[in-house]
Design a protein around this ligand. Structure first.
Ligand code: FAD
Ligand code: NAD
Length: 474
């Protein structure tokens, strides 16, 4: 096999493996290098997302939701069960099986598309060759006309709460607890804290989340955050805002925490501590000193709007570069870069990238928040519709939350859609399509939505923008 490729991708997460497959589809001779080792000690393609991120967290969220429904929500349907139990080994084992299925699936996709996979750490050398160091220390060098850097991200570690991955854990540790912790502390009420806090809370852990900022979920629209906070409190998640951790000490089988808020210093003892205070771009060992690829002040690889690093033939995508750290953002960048390399017109629209938080209720949004519109001085109209008035949501016993729609006051163009409620992870796609086609609230209002479905909340919210919702007062 020749060691000269058209494209080498470093990293096989959702950014890198998608870039590799798309490049190969376009007829480019492609290699993809990844260093991730799975639980079985073998190469596991798919990066953070498939191994210790999106997929395993959703598997545990789904299992824990079934248990929580059985123990808390099914009685209203006339369904009760005595002595409902959770077997944590089976719960984790099911997740591991799903991870293996999907990471193995990437290997099959690589074979089907003739992408050559290398197992090891890739280092970009000057002149677009890449040195691969295998686990046993052996090295080989391959080269290409184009190299795509897709090295992803790793959790941020707090200096006073270092991961030991037994008591003080990151996302990977919190996806693998051997038993339900009686008391789980979480630092950071962001996406990981809320999702993984929910998983273990539903199984019976007493969950306390410490969030440094004074506002809850400030990345989301304020109305959505308010509704979500109320629902999480009902579920027993204790979220303490403006709470800064100052000390975390492992003492025997417990972790003793000290944190400060507006009322002073507090102590809290937990059995496990999940630190989820954000992630940072990972570039350790990725770049030889003389490549010319630059990092910004946050350690991210500097790229232009076409994901080009400024070094001839070197591109970077996904969590390792600017923009939201989302799998679908990285994947679309991967597709776009492969298409640019092949001389086609790639494109990623950052204005319509959807966000989804897979809690109960789910949270989803796309486009601008009301605050962003206010701050930018853009005139807007608001339409809302509650799931409490949606027949399907009531029939499901999940009639919580609302759809909120923001449209331009003069043109009616859809500027933002913010949802909290049942099934909104799927409903948000309709908003994204409408915004992508530069549609208006009126467009959505005039589209026939099936009855009874949750999507009627989207329809009614669109009608409500023009004060003509049918099933609520306007
Ligand atoms: P990564 O997935 O991090 O992959 C990078 C890969 O490159 C890794 O396999 C790494 O080992 C490898 N690598 C790094 N350096 C080298 C090197 N020098 N040589 C060889 N290989 C190297 N996003 C969503 O959109 N939806 C979700 O539901 C979601 N849930 C998440 C849940 C959790 C718990 C976490 C932690 C994250 C979640 N994310 C989610 C975020 C998502 O996982 C990331 O945005 C996504 O994985 C980024 O993709 P990437 O390809 O850029 O990097
Ligand atoms: P995050 O940025 O979502 O949340 C981190 C939270 O920690 C913030 O609210 C921040 O204010 C808080 N914080 C920071 N320092 C703190 C400190 N010292 N003490 C207390 N609180 C502190 O980060 P995350 O939850 O670690 O997730 C990382 C990224 O992974 C997310 O931003 C997202 O891009 C991605 N992710 C996405 C999904 C999804 O799409 N459903 C799920 C999980 C993760």
């Amino acid at each position: 096999m020749s060691d000269k490729f058209d494209v080498i991708v470093i990293g096989a997460g959702p950014a890198g493996y998608v870039a590799a497959i798309r490049a190969a589809q376009l007829g480019l001779k492609t290699a993809c290098i990844d260093a991730f080792t799975g639980k079985d000690g073998k190469q596991a393609l798919g990066g953070t997302c498939l191994n210790v991120g999106c997929i395993p967290s959703k598997a545990l969220l789904d299992s824990s939701k079934q248990f929580h429904n059985l123990t808390h929500n099914f009685a209203v349907h006339g369904i009760t069960a005595d002595n409902a139990k959770i077997d944590v080994a089976t719960f984790i084992g099911r997740k591991d099986k799903i991870v293996k299925q999907f990471t193995g699936g990437i290997g099959q996709l690589f074979k089907a598309n003739k992408v050559t996979a290398f197992y090891g750490t890739g280092k970009l050398l000057k002149g677009n060759s890449v040195e691969i160091t295998a686990n046993d220390g052996s090295k080989q060098t391959i080269s290409a006309t184009n190299v795509i850097l897709a090295s992803g991200s790793v959790p941020i570690e707090l200096p006073f709460a270092k991961f030991d991955n037994k008591f003080i854990v990151d996302n990977a540790g919190a996806l693998d607890f051997p038993e339900v912790p009686k008391r789980l502390g979480v630092i950071g009420a962001g996406v990981i804290g809320l999702e993984l806090g929910s998983v273990w809370g539903r199984l019976g852990a007493d969950v306390t989340i410490l969030e440094a900022l004074p506002d809850f979920l400030s990345v989301a629209d304020a109305d959505v955050a308010k509704i979500a906070a109320k629902e999480f409190a009902k579920q027993g998640l204790k979220i303490k805002l403006g709470a800064k951790l100052t000390k975390a000490e492992i003492k025997g089988n417990e972790v003793a925490l000290t944190y400060e808020d507006k009322d002073g210093a507090h102590e809290l003892t937990v059995d496990k501590l999940l630190v989820a205070v954000g992630r940072r771009a990972y570039t350790a060992g990725l770049l030889a000193d003389d490549t010319g690829v630059k990092l910004d002040e946050r350690g991210r690889i500097v790229v232009d709007e076409h994901n080009h690093t400024g070094v001839d033939g070197v591109w970077a995508i996904g969590d390792a570069v600017r923009g939201p750290m989302l799998a679908h953002k990285g994947s679309e960048e991967g597709v776009a870069v492969a298409e640019w390399i092949a001389g086609k017109a790639g494109h990623v629209n950052f204005d319509t990238i959807p966000w989804v938080i897979y809690t109960e209720p789910e949270i989803a949004w796309a486009g601008k928040t009301e605050k962003e519109l206010k701050d930018a001085g853009i005139p807007y109209k608001v339409g809302t519709f509650p799931f409490a008035a949606i027949g399907r949501a009531v029939a499901m016993n999940e009639a919580v939350g609302q759809v909120k729609m923001l449209a331009h006051a003069e043109t009616d163009r859809l500027l933002g859609v913010h949802m909290v409620g049942p099934g909104v992870s799927e409903l948000i796609a309709e908003a994204v399509v409408t915004m992508e086609f530069k549609g208006s609230a009126e467009d959505l209002a005039r589209i026939v939505h099936a009855h009874p479905t949750l999507s009627e909340a989207v329809h009614e919210a669109a009608l409500s923008v023009d004060k003509r919702a049918i099933h609520k007062g306007n």
